[in-house]
Design a protein around this ligand. Sequence first.
Ligand code: MTE
Length: 312
Amino acid sequence: MIIRRPTDIRSSEITEEALYRDRRRFLTASGAIIGAAWSGISLAAPVPTTFPNLRKSPLSATEKVNSWQDATTYNNYYEFGTGKADPAHSAHTLVTTPWSIQVDGEVKRPRTVDVDTLMRWSAPEERIYRLRCVEAWSMVIPWVGLPLAPILKRLEPNSRAKYVEFTTLNDPKQMPGVRYPVLDWPYVEGLRMDEAMHPLTILAVGLYGKALPNQNGAPLRLIVPWKYGFKSIKSIVRIRFTEQAPATSWNKAAPNEYGFFANVNPAVDHPRWSQAKERRLGEFLKRETLPFNGYADQVAQLYRGMDLRKLY
Ligand code: MTE
């Protein structure tokens, strides 16, 4: 038998691998559906593996996108380990179909919704966005995203709802990382209602026109392009509307390093490093980091009158 080194494997074969995973996900899903039909239980439909006639959003960035390889092998998903390569190796244990999201807190009617329903309420669009991580690296990714605003409206928050809290699955059987107290699990993030309702905010269900790989937060993750990447919570199982600002995971872990707002701000250093520059994955020279990650024209007015040095 010939054992090939990774450098011998052509990139076209790597794409094949991605397709294979998608096909496997489809087969698992169709098996689940047949099983459900047989047992008479209704199961949530899976996220499609591809998105035909995907509408390209005018809200996209116009930069060169990173490769599929960059986006799917260099990840932060601590539930699958703290190394950048860990999620791509370990996240195959995450079962993403069926998947439902619990909706509660300050709503007219607490309920459970599935991803398919969310896709009917808000059509998937391709949105090319920069992801700027607080660790000072960045990527440009073509997400397949559902605008969040129409979804939140359909969930009918009441007049007390001022914030939205998002929670990731917390299952030690599927997620080896949650057996260690790296963070106070489950991973929780939150937005103020006006941030959540902003047209740039999306729930991503895919990237590069295909369903999200597990390491990127399948089947559903948040993207808020003017905020540091840690706000982009993955594999969401709960959406809760609240009157008070939710206690978020990184803010609880290190309040002097990670604020609730987490707006990309080159003028405010992280206590251990500068945020003035960033390294785009695949590039050698660093580039200047832009205020609000380049989305200042669209979002700066949300923070008018706030001291963004204190509210970082
Ligand atoms: N969501 C969960 N549940 N767990 C995590 O560890 N990491 C965050 C965010 N969402 C994280 C998470 C951080 S720090 C970043 S930079 C982005 O996911 C990375 O997203 P990507 O792996 O798709 O690039």
